[in-house]
Design a protein around this ligand. Structure first.
Ligand SMILES: NC(=O)c1ccc[n+]([C@@H]2O[C@H](COP(=O)([O-])OP(=O)(O)OC[C@H]3O[C@@H](n4cnc5c(N)ncnc54)[C@H](O)[C@@H]3O)[C@@H](O)[C@H]2O)c1
Ligand SMILES: [Zn+2]
Ligand SMILES: [Zn+2]
Length: 404
């Protein structure tokens, strides 16, 4: 089959590789109808991970079941399914507790597994024609409809972006009426804004410096904050202070709560410095969140931080050790949650929101391309070229086309 293969930093290629097969009785093989390219893939693309050359990339996968092993009970050949990016067994301590992001049996090297990703086990990715799915009964989420229908792209986002975004709002304790600042207007940050809206947040601020992405935030009713126009925490606080309706509703002492109650980091360790965006500053976003979140607020961190980063900005950052305003965080009593999203905890009810027409996470999709077009798309997405917000690959199409 044809597949996108990691070769070296800034180099991926379309190669011919061996077809995946049913290796054990609990496996399925799916024919991919859509696979996403993720911001997380760029960490590998840029040579910022230990990914092995030859790895087939792609952890955002959906398609049609082509083969099943003899022990697979709930999924049949021909079923349409979307697959969580976490590979999980369903029977270990952590899967049983709902933490499929920390499965203990699928990866000898770490407490988590995933498709086509550095350090996540021996599983090939789905930026390809076919994909092997272990523990198919547990890992396949069944979908209605047929490939290429009007919900295809919404359903694809159930593999990672939409559940990860929802998870970030859970970590940040987003509730009706709450105020929230989301850093990063990539696919994850924009979907976090969508999820905050679904949960009934009152003020949703989205921080980035890419105009097309900030426009998307505005489109769904969030308030865009451009960090190239000044310190984003101060911009948010200033906006709140200058709103006469907010001012007129404060109780005595409430000026000590000038920021927001919830915050989300949807950027991670490759954060840019606000005043010099060509430079990387891995603590820029976390420090700003500690500044803008009110005392007793909540912080959700889904942007990735790694314990090993060959190109870290200094020796400590190379080991994932960062200098943070920990004292201020403690004094404010900010609660925080981090880590990989356990997709399976959320994907079923988020699917049902899509089916019911209550959520359309695909508003972020900018490009629908063939596998042949993927190497060039990686490079454009990596440069954050204008308009390249989210790229979906359609392996069955030989030509592919740009989204309207
Ligand atoms: N925890 C999980 O399970 C999980 C799942 C998927 C993705 N992720 C991670 O989430 C992060 C976002 O993913 P994505 O696909 O949206 O990535 P992306 O790279 O497309 O988006 C990141 C955005 O952050 C912006 N940014 C950079 N520096 C900034 C700063 N200082 N302040 C505000 N914005 C800044 C960039 O301009 C970009 O728009 C990545 O780190 C990705 O690896 C985590
Ligand atoms: Zn992803
Ligand atoms: Zn498990």
């Amino acid at each position: 089959m044809k597949a996108i293969v990691y070769k070296d930093a800034k180099k991926v290629e379309l190669n011919e590789v061996e077809d995946p097969r049913v290796e054990t009785e609990t496996d399925a093989v799916i024919r991919i109808s859509t696979a996403g390219i993720c911001g997380s893939d760029l960490h590998m693309y840029e040579g910022r991970t230990s990914v092995e050359p030859g790895t087939v990339l792609g952890h955002e996968n959906m398609g049609i079941i082509e083969k099943v092993g003899s022990a697979v009970k709930s999924i049949r050949v021909g079923d349409r399914v979307v697959i969580p990016f976490n590979v999980a067994c369903g029977f270990c301590l952590n899967c049983e507790r709902g933490f499929t992001s920390a499965c203990l049996t699928v990866n000898a090297e770490a407490p988590s597994g995933g498709y086509g990703y550095a350090g996540m086990g021996p599983y090939r990715g789905g930026q390809a024609e076919l994909l092997r799915v272990p523990f198919a009964d547990f890992n396949c989420l069944k979908l209605p409809g047929t490939p290429g229908d009007e919900l295809e792209d919404d359903f694809l986002l159930l593999s990672d972006v939409f559940p990860t975004a929802f998870h970030s709002t859970e970590l940040a304790q987003v509730k009706p009426g709450c105020t929230i600042a989301i850093f990063g207007a990539g696919p994850v940050g924009l979907n976090a804004a969508l999820c905050s809206m679904l949960k009934g947040a009152s003020e949703v601020y989205v921080v980035d410096n890419i105009p097309a992405r900030l426009d998307k935030a505005r489109e769904i009713g969030a308030i865009p904050i451009d960090f190239s126009k000044g310190d984003p925490a101060e911009q948010i606080i200033e906006r709140r202070k200058s709103n006469p309706l907010i001012r007129a509703s404060l109780r005595p002492g409430e000026e000590k709560m000038p920021g927001v109650m919830c915050g989300i980091d949807a950027v991670g360790y490759q954060a840019r410095e606000f005043s010099a965006p060509r430079k990387e500053s891995p603590v820029e976003v976390l420090s700003s969140l500690v500044k803008v979140i009110n005392p007793t607020g909540n912080l959700g961190i889904v942007g990735v931080y790694t314990a090993e980063d060959p190109h870290g900005v200094n020796n400590k950052a190379k080991e994932g050790v960062l200098e943070l305003p920990w004292g201020e965080l403690f004094e404010k009593g900010i609660a925080l949650g981090t880590g990989q999203c356990p997709v399976k905890r959320y994907n079923r009810f988020l699917r049902d929101l899509i089916i019911a027409g209550r959520a359309k996470p695909s508003f972020i999709v900018s490009h629908r391309l063939s596998l042949e077009e993927a190497p060039d798309a990686y490079s454009k997405f990596d440069e954050r070229a204008p308009g390249y917000t989210k790229i979906l690959l359609k392996p069955a199409s030989s030509t592919g086309k740009k989204a309207a």
